[in-house]
Design a protein around this ligand. Structure first.
Ligand SMILES: NC(=O)c1ccc[n+]([C@@H]2O[C@H](COP(=O)([O-])OP(=O)(O)OC[C@H]3O[C@@H](n4cnc5c(N)ncnc54)[C@H](O)[C@@H]3O)[C@@H](O)[C@H]2O)c1
Length: 375
């Protein structure tokens, strides 16, 4: 069988990584970008990334050369006619994505699949803007795409099973772990991750120090604490994601936007990129005496959010756990963590938090029916 042809539109942080993933896996990759400069530098930027792997002894020079030879930068999306699958990783806005899918629609073979790497837009709404909604789906890669194992495969109600199977086979063929999920705000990872940050902010507003909260999570086995992670990603990016999900979820108090995060952004202390964050440039301190209680509180809220998604159906406990391990490098998924701590203890923790919650957070810790039902 001929090698699969993958189109990638948008050769920025994500698109370049995605192009590298498929070219490394033996696919022919056609890449394009609106910006002439991005097109002109794409090959050298991928080469630099591959060169680092050669330098680390993880890739042979020969494999580097054959990978680069599989990548062809084309001027316009119309040149992607031979593609079996096109993944868009352009600007995060509905209008340009829909316009691009319209252009692609007109040139691709009828069975070709159109995938979006969107983090926050409705895949179904994007699909409805095309003449082939049944061949439109989400392939949500994580940053950096070559290193992160997880890809969320997002189906909207009209996506055809054959299109999902094709996208899954190609993505698994490129070495990724593919977890299917429904077209819901935040998919799995970006939604279930919210309490990791949100409850850390709640603890901060309760008077705990950021360094202690991070240290407590490190002691519980997490590679990075919530504040170090916000500092890495950028408080502005975190605030935008938090606000977006809060709005999409009807401003339920589980997605409360904490004032301490807003203040951090207003002050311009966004994290590594501005030289100062919640914690950055300081490291987390030693774990505080109540480290265990801090980690329990964060893990209890993570389990409650994961259970709320589980209760909506279409995704399993094991899938959610795998997605959070691979998408966020968590040492264990939220259900595994809750089971290790004991479900009765987790539920009691939430009940106590709910009883003590201030007015604006009432309902935040209410135990979801799916967590209540977990045996
Ligand atoms: N950065 C992340 O951590 C991350 C993670 C998962 C998903 N995503 C999603 O991936 C997509 C891309 O994000 P990114 O971080 O790579 O952005 P980026 O800004 O690094 O790259 C976007 C690229 O798309 C190009 N572009 C913009 N509009 C275009 C158009 N109409 N046609 C062709 N090219 C166009 C830009 O020139 C740029 O090179 C977004 O939808 C984003 O939400 C990002």
């Amino acid at each position: 069988m001929a090698e699969p042809v993958i189109g990638v539109v948008g050769l920025g942080a994500m698109g370049l990584g995605i192009a590298q993933v498929f070219a490394s896996a033996g696919c022919r990759v056609l890449g394009t970008d609106l910006s002439e400069e991005s097109r002109a530098t794409a090959a050298s930027r991928i080469a630099a990334s591959l060169d680092r792997r050669v330098g680390d002894g993880k890739l042979t020079r020969e494999a580097r050369d054959t990978t680069l030879a599989r990548l062809e930068v084309v001027e316009r999306p119309e040149a992607m006619a031979p593609a079996d699958l096109v993944i868009e990783a352009i600007v995060e806005a509905m209008e340009p994505k829909a316009a691009l899918f319209g252009q692609l629609d007109a040139v691709l073979a009828p069975e070709a699949v159109l995938a979006t790497n969107t983090s926050s837009l409705s895949v179904g709404a994007l699909a409805r803007a095309t003449a082939r909604p049944e061949r439109v789906l989400g392939l949500h890669f994580f940053n950096p795409a070559p290193a992160m194992k997880l890809v969320e495969l997002v189906a909207h109600p009209a996506t055809a099973t054959a299109a999902l199977a094709r996208a899954r086979a190609l993505t698994e063929g490129a070495g990724k772990t593919v977890i299917a999920c429904a077209d819901r705000p935040g998919f799995i990872v970006n939604r279930c991750a919210r309490p990791f940050y949100g409850e850390a902010l709640a603890l901060l507003e309760d008077g705990h120090r950021a360094a202690e909260i991070d240290a407590a999570m490190l002691a519980a086995g997490y590679r990075m604490g919530p504040f170090s992670l916000i500092d890495l990603i950028g408080a502005d990016i975190n605030l935008a994601a938090t606000r977006g999900l809060a709005e999409a979820m009807g401003n339920h108090p589980r997605y409360h936007v904490f004032a301490s995060l807003e203040r951090q952004v207003e002050a311009g202390d966004l994290g590594r990129k501005t030289g100062r964050g919640f914690l950055f440039p300081d490291p987390p301190g030693p774990p505080p005496e109540d480290a265990e209680a801090i980690a329990l509180r964060i893990e209890a809220t993570l389990a409650n959010e994961a259970a709320s998604l589980l209760g909506e159906g279409g995704v399993s406990e094991a899938d959610i756990d795998t997605a959070l391990r691979l998408g966020l490098n968590f040492p264990r998924g939220p259900f595994a963590a809750a089971r290790a701590r004991g479900l009765p203890r987790v539920r009691a923790t939430l009940a106590a938090l709910e009883a003590a919650a201030p007015a604006e957070l009432k309902g935040r810790y209410q135990i979801t029916p799916a967590l209540e039902a977990l045996a």
